[in-house]
Design a protein around this ligand. Structure first.
Ligand code: AMP
Ligand code: GLY
Length: 423
């Protein structure tokens, strides 16, 4: 099978790494890819949000299946355009991608599906939104309705903070994404991510994870795209997982199909769990980054068979082979991230490092230039390892981190603290 993966982050390196281990993969191209991906697959320059251009490229390269990594091409309708060309696609349609692209849409679907989630109101006028915040009090959560690159959510500790966030959003800080806002009840509990594959009908769980959004140890400092993750998430017991499936995921998928917009691809279910009861925080229509890295480390080559069955509508016949393993990934970021940071600093030490089915440094923002490996983004490397226990996975991941020679790199020392303390 000839496969094209769209994207160029750590998530896509992990996907490419798993796909390449499967003997069914004859050829793998990743667009745009990065320096780490270039070591295991062909990288191609391509406007991945232009469905026509991707379709043309796929035809010229005799591609059988396209795996779409990030949300932007999905929200732009690239999956629809590729399916129209007769390609197998792993990723939802533009209509189904609204589960991530519009928070008010998701809330409305959850209402129809009776899925437990935070209480909310949807506003298009600043003064009405402010009046609501004053009536409800704080803490309260203010969200820009559309895609805002993960920055459109404000957890307001005070009414004044909530009002300031509303001023910003209606003032255009998030472009058209902020012309509408959703104001939500603040939920307490423990967060976890639950990943399922959906082929329109069948829902197949493929793993759970927890990430660390803040830049600093002890979950302090500003939010990032994620500084590390581990799988499985201990809070996702069999009972909580069953509740999430039966009360949240399956009813939402039935509702999407009923509307004529069945969901196909991976669904990232963000949950808040309190006293054994899960509630939905958000859906994402893609793998998490860096959660994908730990999921791929645990699934290995079977990830391709699962994504293929998903794209082909055969998930009812698919099975996950589970191992009693744990995985952890530690993100190395450029000093300054998520604020301003330098690009182009040199990274050494990776060539000498052994990688195998339990140890891998995935690349996120890297590029190679004149034989040197250079940092080329905020999140740069993902030191990822697997073990029989979370502690072993942690020790192995940090042993990889210790061997990276990159003075500009920063990372958290405490990935997994919550789960490790629980043990
Ligand atoms: P979202 O982009 O919707 O996932 O929000 C980003 C983060 O904000 C989530 O991962 C949660 O940590 C937090 N969050 C979002 N909505 C709520 C809520 N209603 N109550 C508490 N925390 C929330
Ligand atoms: N790590 C969080 C996300 O991918 O949205």
């Amino acid at each position: 099978m000839n496969i094209l993966i769209l994207g160029g982050g750590g998530r896509e390196h992990a996907l490419a790494w798993a796909v390449m281990q499967n003997p069914k993969c004859d050829k793998l191209i990743v667009a745009p890819g990065n320096a780490g991906i270039a070591a295991i697959a062909t990288c191609a320059k391509l406007d991945i949000e232009d469905g026509g251009a991707v379709a043309q490229f796929a035809e010229a390269e005799a591609i059988d299946m396209v795996i779409i990594g990030p949300e932007a091409p999905l929200a732009a309708g690239v999956a629809d355009r590729l399916r129209d060309s007769g390609l197998l696609v792993f990723g939802p349609s533009q209509a189904a991608a609204r589960l991530e692209a519009s928070k008010s849409f998701t809330k409305e679907v959850c209402d129809a599906a009776h899925a437990p989630t935070a209480g909310y109101r949807h506003f298009t006028h600043l003064e009405e939104a402010k009046a609501h915040v004053r009536a409800e009090g704080a803490p309260i959560v203010v969200k820009a309705d559309g895609l805002a690159a993960g920055k459109g959510v404000i957890i307001a500790e005070t009414v004044a903070q909530a009002e300031a966030a509303l001023d910003d959003m209606f003032g255009g800080e998030f472009g058209t994404a902020g012309a509408e806002v959703v104001i939500e009840e603040f939920m307490t509990g423990e967060e976890a991510s639950f990943f399922v594959l959906v082929d329109g009908e069948t829902v197949l769980p493929i793993g759970t994870a927890q990430d660390h959004k803040r830049i600093g140890d002890g979950d302090t400092g500003p939010n990032t795209g994620g500084m590390g993750a581990y799988s499985p998430a201990p809070v996702m017991t069999d009972d909580v997982t069953q509740k999430a499936l039966e009360q949240i995921v399956r009813p939402t998928m039935v509702e999407m199909a009923k509307r004529g917009t069945p969901y196909q691809g991976v669904l990232y279910v963000g949950l808040m769990i309190e006293e054994g009861q899960p509630r939905l925080v958000e859906y994402n229509v893609r793998f998490g980054d860096p959660e994908c890295q730990v999921l791929m480390m645990r699934l290995g080559a079977q990830a391709l068979d699962l994504m293929h069955a998903c794209a082909d509508g055969r998930l009812d016949q698919a099975q996950v082979t589970w191992a009693e393993d744990h995985a952890m990934t530690v993100v190395l970021a450029a000093n300054g991230y998520p604020g301003a940071y330098q690009k182009g600093t040199e990274i050494l030490g990776l060539e000498a490092m052994a990688s195998d089915s339990s140890h891998m440094v995935f690349h996120a923002g890297t590029k190679s230039e004149a034989g040197k490996l250079l940092a080329n983004g905020g999140r740069v490397l993902n030191a990822t390892a697997r073990g029989a226990s979370l502690q072993q996975a942690r020790d192995r991941a940090y042993a990889l981190v210790a061997r990276v020679d990159w003075p500009d790199g920063v990372y958290r020392q405490d990935i997994g603290w919550r789960a490790l303390n629980r043990d």
